[in-house]
Write a protein that binds this ligand. Structure first.
Ligand code: GLA
Length: 685
């Protein structure tokens, strides 16, 4: 039994670095934090040299004092294990712990995350520092949990040190057993890549035109993920053996990492780091961009990793390193808006990154709530407003995000799609198009990783599932989706579904492979839309298309193979004009849809109509496109909270049919209501 339940109230906090500041500032910092309503700090995740200034010599004094004082102010502490930044003495003495580029160049001391997961000595020294810290802080009354490392696979997510090549060989031996199987899985007969001795086998290495064997590249990503997970699990096992009453989490959502399996095997819950102003650097393309609202998509990914989650770092100022990621200051109200974006999407805690801007180092432009000068400012005021509001939101704790529609994903296709130029770009466009189409219609969406241990019951709560481009589609997943449809669900597939096996080969069978029967289609012919071509449009069966729908990027030309398969739309253009583009087949009490192209906003809108998806507040609230709707529901009582988030710099008008209480102000709202720029309302349903 834990003394502290990470989900029993909404927590607000900050990332704090006592080692960056004169000790005389700490008390004032803690006092002001508690005045603002902050109750949690995260500390120490980069401080290894402070704990172990020389190999095997340990010192806890600085953090003992910092944490004791935090405790006196009633602050709870999440302790970071400091392994993202190995000490200089360590990398100097044991250079084999350094990560290496594919070209063979070792990363050196001077930044962070320059280590690899497989060097035995790094594992040993990591295990020792974690054990020392867990032993020392397991009984500290302020320490409620642990963050393992920091942002696993951030900065760099490929690893080519000698230790990694060696560990890869062992990983392959246990996966394939012998070289014959490995050669078969990697299609090594092609271009004479056949291996005759395990010592010849490596992670991908430089090749002409940087084109590695695609099957080897896919295994490499699986291996990197497994390496990261086993490193995290090593740390979590140690912490749990000393501190079973403190929680274990880690933060961030990065590539080449099966975060779902990591969370299941090593964490109590997952944490995400949310920086919505990255939208200013990497905006989404096309009309009506989502910009900072797109972070709801990433929060949904985090929520699928663990339904209960924390936001361990929430952007609280302008951003950037000295050399990259330059981004503007949040406008007044945006920091608060993004805090509620996290909460609306299901987070139970939000910690601002960071309490105060670092006056030195690479991150002098990643601003915290407090500026360098440490004088009052608008961001501190805004944090205080949120702190006061959180005090009124006690009843929201424990409620969960609700949606009737899910977007399906899996790691194999994500990783394979990085190299596969016929696949990867499709997924990005299709996912964002669906997200946008649903967002602007106020239809909340879940994202579900269908590659792991998902069961039929997990899917039956959804009215529709969208699986845009499942190139690698196992028989198990195909069967699961068939059962879902038989039970009354609706599933939508896009082009390029089911044409690869687990190794990334294209088996000799008609497309779309394991879902051909479910959808009642064969793919007779297919083509990429060349960069100089215009995609054909799609003609709906009724002939009435209010807006042109372009069959984007790739076209699977379909034929129907079952009497009950219904052609809903045909291509209108190119050499396959008149051939089916969208087919629906009933099964049990549900329907499977196969659409031959990548999705864009218009085709997603068309399918939303066909699937009869509606906003859960239709008829109760009328919302303009700029306002996001999120719903959290209490599982026990069914009580619902409707979060209305205005992402625009303009006031927005909404219409409320009945009367509802706004939780932060306790105002009774009905009729025409204005939401100020960047403002948030939380209505009790
Ligand atoms: C990440 C890291 C932090 C900090 C911020 C801002 O989320 O975890 O340590 O670097 O980004 O760059």
């Amino acid at each position: 039994m834990r003394d502290f339940e990470p989900q029993d109230q909404l927590y607000l906090g900050a990332c704090y670095y006592p080692e960056h500041w004169p000790e005389k500032l700490w008390e004032d910092d803690y006092r002001r934090m508690t005045d603002l309503g902050l109750s949690v700090i995260r500390v120490a995740e980069f401080a290894w040299t402070i704990f172990e200034p020389q190999e095997g010599i340990f010192s806890f004094d600085l953090f003992d004092r910092a944490i004791d004082l935090a405790h006196r102010y009633g602050l709870k502490v999440v302790f970071g294990t400091p392994t993202a930044t190995p000490p200089a003495w360590l990398t100097h003495k044991y250079p084999e712990v350094l990560n290496v580029t594919r070209d063979g160049v070792a990363y050196q001391h001077g930044q962070r995350r320059h280590y690899n997961y497989n060097a035995p000595i790094y594992r040993e020294l990591s295990a020792r520092i974690v054990r020392k810290l867990a032993e020392h802080y397991s009984d500290h009354p302020a320490v409620v949990g642990w963050q393992i490392d920091n942002e696993i696979n951030c900065e760099v997510n490929v690893f080519y040190s000698q230790a990694d090549h060696a560990a890869f060989r062992e990983w392959l031996k246990s996966r394939y057993g012998n070289l014959e199987q490995l050669n078969a899985a990697w299609g090594a007969v092609f271009w004479n890549q056949t291996y005759t001795d395990w010592e010849q086998v490596y992670l991908t290495r430089p090749t002409p035109s940087q084109s590695p064997n695609p099957h080897q590249a896919l295994d490499e990503k699986r291996f990197i993920s497994d390496s990261a997970i086993s490193y995290v699990k090593m740390q979590s096992d140690i912490i749990r053996s000393f501190a079973p009453h403190q929680f274990v989490t880690t933060n961030g959502l990065f590539g080449h990492l099966d975060s779902h399996r990591m969370a299941k095997e090593a964490l109590d819950f997952f944490s995400y780091d949310s920086y919505p102003n990255f939208a200013a650097i990497y905006p989404d393309e096309g009309p009506d961009p989502l910009l900072d609202r797109r972070w709801g998509f990433y929060l949904s990914l985090a929520r699928d990793v663990s339904r209960r989650f924390w936001v361990m770092e929430q952007q609280s100022g302008p951003g950037g390193w000295v050399n990259r990621m330059a981004s503007p200051s949040p406008k007044p109200g945006q920091m608060r808006l993004w805090t509620y974006q996290s909460i609306a999407h299901g987070a139970d805690a939000v910690l601002y990154f960071r309490w105060r801007t670092a006056p030195m180092g690479t991150e002098i432009y990643w601003h915290g709530i407090n500026d360098y000068h440490n004088q009052p400012n608008r961001r501190v005021d805004e944090a205080g407003r949120v702190g006061r509001e959180f005090a009124k939101l006690a009843e929201v704790a424990g409620s969960q995000f609700q949606a009737d529609v899910a977007l399906l994903r899996d790691y194999d296709n994500e990783w394979d799609g990085e190299l596969d130029k016929w696949l990867g770009p499709l997924t990005k466009q299709s996912e964002l198009s669906w997200y946008k189409a649903l967002q602007y219609r106020h239809i909340p969406l879940e994202i579900v990783n269908v590659g792991g241990g998902v069961q039929l019951d997990d899917l039956l709560r959804f009215k529709a599932l969208i699986y845009p481009h499942a190139a690698i589609l196992s028989d198990r997943t195909a069967e699961l989706l068939s059962q879902y449809v038989r039970h009354g669900g609706q599933v939508v597939f896009g082009c390029r579904s089911g044409y690869k096996d687990e190794s990334g080969h294209c088996p000799m069978r008609p497309l779309p492979g394991p879902i051909a029967d479910l959808c009642g289609v064969n793919v007779d012919d297919f083509t990429l839309i060349g960069t100089q071509e215009t995609a054909p449009t799609v003609l709906l069966g009724s002939g009435a298309v209010s807006e042109a729908i372009f069959a984007d990027r790739f076209n699977d030309v379909l034929t129907i193979t079952a009497d009950d398969a219904q052609i809903l739309a045909t291509y209108d253009g190119s050499y396959y004009a008149g051939k089916p583009a969208l087919v629906r087949r009933p099964s049990g009490s549900g329907f499977a849809y196969y659409y031959g192209a990548a999705f864009n906003r218009e085709s997603a809108e068309m399918l939303i109509e066909l699937l009869d998806l509606r906003s859960p507040v239709q008829g109760i609230l009328t919302l303009p496109p700029a306002v996001e709707l999120c719903i959290r529901r209490q599982p026990a009582t069914g009580e619902e909270y409707w979060f209305l988030l205005n992402y625009s710099a303009e006031e927005q008008k909404i219409e409320i049919v009945s009367r509802h209480t706004e939780l932060m102000t306790l105002r009774e709202l009905s009729g025409s209501v204005a939401i100020a720029p960047f403002d948030v309302l939380i209505l009790k349903a």
